[in-house]
Design a protein around this ligand. Structure first.
Ligand code: SF4
Ligand code: SF4
Ligand code: FES
Length: 1015
């Protein structure tokens, strides 16, 4: 049982609900218990993660107790505010309680516009469900309704305040949990208003969660409204967010072959019930005009040259062209961290393991490799000597969190929200002293205001979490690494001391060390975003030493260590490391060469053909190098879903499916393999990259992919050849899974229009699309959410509970695991013995010497303190939730919110260079000269320049690095660095076919490749 609910109150008690006895954990509230035991009890203000405030009076029950003289007494009480104690007895079915609940909802509805037919919430509205459940079916109030003006809250969230029932969930989430400052509650009595003080874009990176926590239609998804579909007309499937390395669970919804929205999907270990706005609103890249829908050869869409040909024939033609590039020629393949394991593996099979390159930047190649090494490596039996990678769920068990070098809000947003939630819910001394239950949210909030923070941050510049920290220090990665190593020495004097600490550093080390020593379950958060191997190793070393405290001399490790923690001694430490992309870890585990090696192989004439899988290489390495690759004129075959600077120059382009249109596996930052499933079939000539590659291998008479009929076959081959991936087959049920002969239905029972959707083309009912890769059907016939295996759960729904608030119906208990089996499979740290925690076992790590390796790596040596080099700046990456991920930048709302390119300096450096607002800066690195507007970033250390990472319009820079800076004139017309999101793809007809001009190959007007002419 999670301490989140019990507040550490152990023991079972007997409670009675409607005459039935249950043994439950003491200290939980009776609403939580009733819902967990399957009772239908209405609620509005209670939320499974945010607890109770007793505001809506909707969960009224009759509560019984025994009076002083032994007589039975009772009263109407709110179940969400009633603690389970021995003998607690409530009646949900009590006549007065039933009437009370109906009258309360009637009161709430007095001014409600009753506009369900035109409300975007309709069909998954908790207010609709509760109104039906309480039996309030007749409107008696005939007076004037109170009306409010609505606000423009920006591109993501629509506002219709008249639907509000004053439950306060929105402000609790936005302000109390997500830390927003631009939203609140205004007014009093029946004039209470939830919104901003004036129109304007919601600033929080988690604003989209308002749409899901608001039980009515006040906050709705503005992007969905742009291509609206009723909720019961969406076909849905379980998926994984492709916009950062955390791998949050999502439920995308599609209609008419278009992706219409993304909502969160419950994942107990990762994102719980929430998403960040990049993950929720970045989905529109799937519908972007830059999507590649047709295979093309040297800039002529295959369909253009064979307009009458069937789609299959056009595919064949494209494959023929691709085969010409490969037959008898030396090919290399460049994979991608945003493509699935299956797609990358297929490319590896095509070109051979010796010719497979990962397509990562040098920094990511090295640092993601370190992340895996810290966990003990990715080989069979990996984990020996490593630290188990921490999961987001580990944060909630922490009593102190130390963030080293990461701006979580922008690099791993849901980890930011997890830390905020933990800060709100963690038990503090006062709460324990006065026995405040963690579900008692108002009391928790008041108590927290008096408690010192347990969050400690060291990062290169200020972040949004800083205001919650006990200390937030801004320094270079090297200096943060020095801090981490000095702390390690404080915890374990056997670790080397750090020389030359300044007085200020010594004082800081002393304060942090005190917090560390007092911590029973510390969590260290680091990652790769700063690009510092040293810092990553120092973070791992600190976590390792802290973890070793818990298990020294404790046979078996974890369980005993947990006991030590419970008894007051130190417990296991956790290390959570972030990575940049959805499959960074999976790709690095697969293994392959570096990108510069691939480019060098072309330069040396060792490769005639380069096959590039969904990877804009201009984002990975210097444009000079990528240009050089193309200048050597190898044949380039690109498989990609979207136009970019690579497809613009490739000789053959094969349109590959996005996450929304395919089934595959990503491995997230903690080594969790998670399967995503297509929510709509790939349209036109689009198909999964592995299918293109399989067919290509077939064309070439290669045997590797023979028998790959569905994704399970690819997974089986992958597991067989690469033992580090053993177990991914069990991350989700196979395509052959059936319950009583039925698949899981992607469409809800109420799905409409099936016979009319294609009536413009044919009045005959079309056969549903066939999905060979999963046990999900593009149909409303099939198993529903209640019976589906957890990994195939297509949406949150159960009878009478149409909104996300009905999640408990699909969980073993409130906040517990999903019913019907596991989701995902942990691949890293499996070799570690022992047990405990969301991250699993930690014992063997703890048993090793603390002075030894940092996870699976040698302990780092402290660098010298950072010293300025005259005329030179340290260049550090600055990450942006809107801007650093290129996929989400194809979504207009995300693009709107991204910053323009810039180079940032602190005030002292700006003064030194004589810079004022509006000035431009020129930056020189070897072979690189960049001009961008100057931006003031006060918190940057002196001598450091902040450069936005991954922002369209900024060229790739090797970060961290060093460079020279000077004020310069604004260029007459700044040139974008390449094809940017929002920019039109090049005119295919006019683009130069010279980019692909294999010797001797000619392309006839009918599009038939003269394959034989190829050398
Ligand atoms: S806006 Fe929605 S979440 Fe906020 S108080 Fe009103 S009904 Fe509740
Ligand atoms: S935190 Fe990352 S994985 Fe999660 S929703 Fe946001 S972008 Fe997606
Ligand atoms: S849910 Fe209990 S008072 Fe609102």
């Amino acid at each position: 049982m999670s301490a989140e609910r019990t507040n550490g109150a152990p023991g079972l008690v007997t409670v009675i609900i409607d005459g039935r006895e249950f043994r439950v954990e003491a200290g939980r509230n009776m609403l939580d218990i009733a819902l967990s035991r399957g009772f239908d009890l209405p609620f509005f203000c209670w939320h499974p993660l945010m607890g109770s405030i007793g505001a809506c009076r909707q969960c009224a029950v009759r509560l019984y107790w025994t009076g002083r003289n032994g007589e039975e007494k009772s009263e109407i009480a709110m179940a969400c505010m009633t603690e389970a104690q021995e003998g607690t007895r409530i009646d949900i079915d009590d006549e007065e309680a039933v009437r009370f609940r109906a009258e309360m909802i009637e009161l709430m509805m007095l001014s409600h516009p009753h506009d369900c037919p035109v409300c975007d919430e309709g069909g998954e509205c908790h207010l609709q469900d509760m109104t039906v459940m309480t039996g309030h079916s007749y409107r008696r109030y005939a007076g004037l309704k109170r009306t409010f003006p609505n606000q423009d809250l920006g591109p993501f969230v629509a506002h219709e305040m008249n639907r509000c029932i004053t439950c306060y969930r929105c402000t609790r989430l936005y302000n109390d949990y997500a830390g927003g400052h631009d939203f609140g509650v205004f007014g009093l009595r029946d004039q209470v208003y939830f919104g901003r003080d004036r129109d304007g874009t919601l600033e929080s990176e988690f604003s989209g969660n308002l749409v899901e926590v608001c039980p009515t239609g006040v906050f709705t998804d503005k992007t969905l409204a742009g291509h609206y579909s009723r909720k019961w007309d969406l076909q849905t499937a379980p998926s994984v967010c492709p916009h950062c390395g955390l791998g949050c669970s999502t439920t995308p919804g599609a209609r008419y072959g278009e992706l219409r929205r993304v909502v969160s999907r419950y994942s107990r270990e990762v994102n719980k019930m929430f998403l960040c706005d990049r993950g929720r609103y970045g989905y529109e890249y799937v519908n972007a005009p830059q999507r590649i829908r047709e295979a093309r050869v040297a800039w002529r869409p295959a369909s253009q040259v064979a307009a009458q040909a069937t789609q299959d024939a056009r595919r064949e033609q494209a494959l023929d062209a691709a085969a010409v590039m490969l037959r008898g020629r030396r090919a290399i393949g460049i994979g991608s961290p945003r493509a699935s394991l299956e797609d990358n593996y297929a490319l590896r099979a095509l070109v051979g393991s010796d010719h497979f390159y990962l397509g990562l930047s040098e920094t990511d190649y090295d640092l993601v490799g370190e992340v895996i090494a810290v966990a003990g490596g990715a080989g069979a039996g990996g984990g020996a000597g490593g630290l188990p990678p921490g999961a987001l769920a580990d944060v909630q068990e922490a009593d102190a969190v130390f963030i080293l070098g990461e701006d979580l809000t922008n690099t791993a947003p849901m980890l930011d929200l997890t830390v905020r939630t933990w800060l709100r819910l963690r038990p503090t001394a006062q709460e324990e002293r006065v026995h405040i239950r963690r579900w008692n949210d108002a009391a928790i909030g008041r108590a927290k205001r008096r408690e010192p923070s347990a969050l400690w941050i060291a990062a290169p510049h200020a972040g949004k979490l800083d205001e919650l920290a006990a200390d937030a220090w801004h320094a270079t990665p090297d200096d943060i690494a020095r801090l981490a190593l000095a702390l390690t020495h404080e915890v374990d004097p056997a670790s080397p001391a750090v020389a030359d600490l300044s007085d200020a550093e010594r004082e800081r080390v002393a304060r942090w060390a005190e917090a560390l020593r007092g911590g029973r379950r510390p969590v260290i958060i680091g990652g790769v975003s700063g690009g510092s191997r040293l810092l990553l190793r120092a973070s791992a070393h600190l976590a390792r030493v802290l973890d070793a405290r818990a298990g020294v001399g404790v046979p078996g490790g974890g369980a005993e260590a947990g006991g030590a923690a419970a008894g007051g001694g130190p417990g296991p430490a956790r290390l959570i490391l972030t990575v940049p992309e959805p499959n960074s870890v999976g790709l690095r585990m697969m293994g392959g060469g570096r990108l510069p090696q691939a480019i060098a192989a072309v330069a040396r004439g060792e490769a005639d053909t380069v096959v590039i899988l969904d990877n804009d290489l201009y984002r990975r390495t210097a444009s000079l190098l990528v240009d050089d690759l193309f200048r050597r004129e190898p044949d380039v075959l690109a498989l990609a879903p979207l136009e970019d600077r690579i497809t613009a120059q490739a000789g053959v382009v094969l349109p590959s499916a996005t996450v929304a249109e395919s089934t595959g596996t990503f491995v997230n930052n903690e080594g969790r393999a998670q399967r995503f499933f297509s929510v709509l079939p790939p349209a036109g000539e689009t198909r999964e990259a592995w299918r293109w590659l399989r067919d290509l291998m077939g064309r070439l008479d290669r045997q590797e992919a023979r028998g790959w009929n569905d994704v399970d076959d690819v997974i089986a081959a992958l597991e067989h050849e690469l033992p580090q991936f053993r177990g991914i087959a069990t991350a989700a049920p196979r395509a052959g899974w059936r319950l009583a002969g039925s698949e899981v239905a992607r469409q809800p029972r109420r799905f409409s229009g099936r016979t009319a959707m294609d009536a413009d083309a044919s009045v005959h009912e079309p056969a549903p699309d066939v999905d060979r890769d999963s046990a999900l059907a593009y149909s409303l016939e099939g198993v529903g959410p209640g019976q589906a295996p957890a990994a195939l759960l297509p949406r949150t729904w159960s009878p009478g509970w149409n909104s996300a608030s009905g999640l408990h119906k699909l969980q073993e208990e409130v906040n517990g695991p999903l019913r019907n089996g596991p989701v995902g499979e942990r691949l890293l740290g499996r070799g570690l013995a022992g047990g405990g925690g969301a991250s699993g076992p930690a014992g063997s790590a703890r048993a090793a010497s603390s002075a030894g390796a940092s996870g699976g790596l040698p302990a780092p040596v402290a660098p010298a303190a950072s010293a300025a080099r005259p005329g030179e700046f340290v260049l550090l990456p600055v990450h942006h939730i809107y801007g650093s991920d290129d996929r989400s930048m194809y979504a207009p709302g995300v693009l709107d919110r991204a910053p323009a390119p810039y180079i940032a300096l602190c005030q002292a450096d700006a003064d030194r260079l004589g810079l004022a607002a509006g000035d431009w800066l020129e930056l020189w690195q070897p072979w690189m000269d960049v001009r961008a507007p100057f931006r003031l970033l006060m918190s940057l250390p002196e001598g450091v320049a902040g450069v936005p990472s991954g922002l369209p319009g900024m060229p790739f820079l090797s970060l961290p690095g060093r460079g020279r800076l000077a004020r310069c004139d604004a260029p007459p017309s700044p040139e974008p660095a390449g094809l940017a999101p929002g920019q039109d793809p090049p005119d295919h007809a006019s683009a130069s076919a010279a980019a692909w001009a294999p010797a001797g190959a000619t392309w006839e007007p009918d599009g038939a490749p003269d394959g034989e002419a190829k050398p």
